[in-house]
Each structure stands twice: as C-alpha cells, then as structure tokens.
Design a protein around this ligand. Sequence first.
Ligand SMILES: [Ca+2]
Ligand SMILES: [Ca+2]
Length: 131
Amino acid sequence: MPSGSFTGELDIVKTYSTASSEITALDALQVLRISVGLDPTWGPAAPENLIAADITQDGTVTAYDALVILQVAVGLPSAHGAEWVFLDDDADLSGITSANVNYETGVDITALDNVITTDMTSILLGNLEPD
Ligand SMILES: [Ca+2]
Ligand SMILES: [Ca+2]
C-alpha cells in the first residue's frame, strides 16, 4: 500500500476445525433451551450467545439450529458448517433477540501509513459460552 490514509471494510472468514472440539452436544442443548424460550444453563443469553446459536444464520434461533450444532458436534455432514464470524467491537448488539438475530460482519478500517488498527469480536457459530 502507498503511504497516506485509506479507509475500507475488512471482512475475515475463518472456518472451524472439528479437531478443536469446541462445539459439543452441550452447545446443542443450550441452543435447544433458547429455542423454547429458556435461558442457557448459566443464565440469560448474551447477544454473542444468540449470534452463536443461530448457526444457520437465518435470523432466528430454533430447534433446527440445535440439530445442526449436534451434527457438527458429532462430525456428521450438515447443511450449515460452523464458522467464525468477526464483528466490529463497537457494533451495537443490544437489539438482538432469539427471534431477531440481526448483525453485520466486518469492520470499517482506516489504514494510516500502512498501519491498520482495528478491534474485532470473534464468535464461533455453534459454540455457546458463558460471558
Ligand atoms: Ca462449546
Ligand atoms: Ca437459525
């Protein structure tokens, strides 16, 4: 890059390796609880939990998400693979509910003299953890 100031949008895609075993049947159970209106076992779901729960990325948390997560956990082929999403650290996630999982990936960046600084939140779809 030439020197100077540039702005742009950064989108990062990272796939999940089942070898890391981060996604388990317990995650599927947490998503099943959310899909029927219960909290995860540790308490109310954070927006990050709801994003992770909607592995199908259709905007709602349903029992189908739990099924897909279970398929991923046991290594079965599934229509939706687990992947990492990267969000802007400053993104407002307060409007997210289990019936409205709406968010944007990527982050606006500014490059100044070849240096890019940005803060991102990474979420592994299908993996639910207490905050
Ligand atoms: Ca997990
Ligand atoms: Ca879904």
